[in-house]
Write a protein that binds this ligand. Structure first.
Ligand code: COA
Length: 154
């Protein structure tokens, strides 16, 4: 699939909320995307768009000093296992290092979310702890994962 990765903007808020509704049991609202994508200067979102203009995936990060906190990653159900999440995350990590010097990333994920766990592990994320009963909808714990910076050559 031919896709391009670009920064999400205010014009994408509606589309991102619609995509989220297809990907999560408790999706973010348009207002939440508005807050993060448009108003939060410490948030950075990339999306994947097809040649036809359809937004088929996105990932977001909060830039907290020298760490990146991944907020969400999602790919349209009909476009999964085509490497889209991989491409978006790769670009996100590259941009974060280039523009803000961020090389360490963390995130929370449901221990039951096998596709997401496999994706994050493929990027070198490792589980370091749990937040008990983190997810309000079913009381599931969150697994805390970190991807540490590789030592820089000196
Ligand atoms: C998790 C998610 C974003 C993956 O998106 P995707 O575009 O299908 O992932 P990719 O095709 O880039 O996969 C990259 C790698 O992740 C792993 N992976 C992704 N989906 C997987 C699955 N269903 N089963 C096993 N491994 C999987 C594989 O290692 C894969 O590499 P490979 O295809 O070469 O084996 C997608 O399944 C999704 O949107 N899920 C619902 C939302 C969600 O749970 N987001 C994460 C919140 S923490």
């Amino acid at each position: 699939m031919n896709i391009r990765i670009r920064k999400a903007e205010s014009k994408d808020v509606k589309t991102l909320a619609a995509l989220d509704a297809r990907c999560f049991a408790a999706p973010w609202s348009e207002q939440s995307f508005e807050e993060d994508v448009v108003k939060n200067p410490l948030a950075f979102y990339l999306l994947a768009q097809t040649e036809q203009g359809d937004v088929v995936g996105y990932a977001g990060v909060w830039l907290i000093v020298d760490e990146g906190h991944i907020t969400n990653v999602a790919v349209s159900p009909d476009c999964r296992r085509c490497g889209i999440a991989k491409r978006v995350l790769n670009q996100l990590f590259t941009d974060c290092e280039r523009d803000w010097g961020i090389r360490a990333f963390t995130l929370e994920v449901r221990p039951s979310n096998d596709p997401a766990l496999a994706l994050y592990e493929s990027f070198g994320f490792r589980p370091v702890g749990r937040r008990k009963g983190y997810y309000a909808d079913n009381g599931e714990d969150a697994l805390i994962m970190w991807r540490e910076a590789e030592p820089k050559e000196v």
